[in-house]
Design a protein around this ligand. Structure first.
Ligand SMILES: Cc1cc2nc3c(=O)[nH]c(=O)nc-3n(C[C@H](O)[C@H](O)[C@H](O)COP(=O)(O)OP(=O)(O)OC[C@H]3O[C@@H](n4cnc5c(N)ncnc54)[C@H](O)[C@@H]3O)c2cc1C
Length: 328
């Protein structure tokens, strides 16, 4: 996703750009994502994550309009549900408290023991499996060339060498997500895979993104509910586990009991690109550009990352030093 988004913005600025993808465009974390655009909830007051998330979310309507495709972008709002034993604190200064009656009025399916909820009315959602192909197509239309099945074997400031030995010259932007630390030639950065498992359910609807103590529920425009997510430090071990699905479903059904009779549509997992401070890595490391480490917020942060990276690579604009790879 970040590769497509950065390529789109670079191509729009008139610079030739090639995307080298070893597998399928967007098949990894970006298609696995839940599609929550919730900077205020995710940051819990922490800066600069909150500010960049809010800024990126504000870019979304115009960015999506420029893609010319329906990606399910909806301002659903988010409820941080409080139940007995949960921390009652507000997730953000903009959060508004709804007591038990008020919250059940706006979200009728919530469990009977819900004491109330914090409402963040500007948080939104989209469907990443619609967004990724839309950004891919827009980047191609803007002139970006995509080469799939091409694995980068090493990178240097003058270009990359592919596994088949081919040399591709030019400035390099590494957008390898959780695999960033595995790109030879790039100074090793502490980007690690953090596995997340999600479950899709249908037949029962919710209106808002619901965050509880153990996970979240996301309404899709097509009526499905996406339930997530595990946070697992298991390296690059792929797959969906019985324990992971059980944990996700337990949280889902305890928050919205009627989901027990929903249809199980499927489960999947992906690798979030995690960093030690949970902030993205945006900048130049030894002459190679990097846009990675977006952890839980790579979909949210895509428009802003793309805008900043294109300005830096094409026009030499300065990136905020707080995200520099030099901090590691
Ligand atoms: C379960 C889950 C739920 C999530 N939910 C949300 C959410 O609700 N909201 C949100 O904002 N974010 C969410 N995220 C986070 C978000 O998905 C990621 O931050 C984002 O997708 C990262 O995008 P990326 O392009 O950096 O990585 P990826 O999408 O993983 O793409 C990296 C690409 O690099 C390619 N690649 C790697 N190495 C090489 C190489 N050597 N040569 C060529 N190609 C290579 C890979 O094949 C892959 O296609 C979630 C993530 C997970 C796993």
């Amino acid at each position: 996703m970040l590769g497509c988004a950065v390529a789109l913005e670079i191509a729009r600025r008139g610079m030739p750009v090639e995307v080298l993808e070893r597998a399928i465009v967007g098949a990894e974390a970006s298609s696995a994502a839940a599609g929550i655009l919730a900077p205020r909830m995710e940051a819990h007051g922490r800066e600069p994550l909150r500010s960049i998330g809010v800024e990126s979310l504000a870019l979304y309507p115009e960015w999506v309009a420029g893609l010319g495709a329906d990606v399910g972008l909806t301002r659903t709002g988010l409820l941080k549900v409080v139940r007995p034993g949960d921390a009652p604190d507000a997730p953000d200064v903009e959060a508004r408290w709804l007591d038990a009656d008020a919250v059940r009025f706006v979200e009728p399916g919530l469990a009977p023991d819900v004491l109330g909820a914090w409402l963040l009315e500007n948080e939104a959602t989209l469907d990443p499996r619609k967004l990724v192909p839309a950004v891919h197509a827009a980047a191609q239309a803007a002139g970006a060339r995509f080469r799939v099945g091409e694995e980068v074997a090493s990178a240097d400031p003058g270009g990359v060498t592919l596994v088949n030995g081919e040399r591709v010259e030019g400035r390099v932007v590494v957008c390898a997500g959780a695999w960033t630390a595995k790109v030879p030639g790039l100074r090793p950065l502490p980007v690690r895979p953090v596995r997340g498992q999600l479950v899709a359910l249908s037949g029962e609807r919710i209106r808002h993104v619901l965050f509880g103590a153990g996970g979240y529920l996301v309404p899709r425009a097509d009526g499905r509910v996406i339930a997530g997510a595990t946070v697992e430090e298991v390296g690059f071990s792929r797959g969906v586990t019985a324990g992971g699905v059980r944990a996700v479903l337990q949280t889902a059904v305890s928050m919205v009991p009627d989901l027990a009779s929903a249809n199980f549509e499927g489960a999947w997992s992906g690798f979030r690109p995690g960093t030690p401070d949970n902030l993205p890595v945006l900048g130049d490391v030894g002459g190679i550009w990097v846009a990675s480490g977006h952890y839980r917020n790579g979909i949210l942060l895509a428009p802003l990352t793309a805008k900043w990276m294109a300005a830096a690579v094409v026009d030499g604009a300065r990136l905020p030093p707080v995200f520099s790879p030099a901090r590691f």
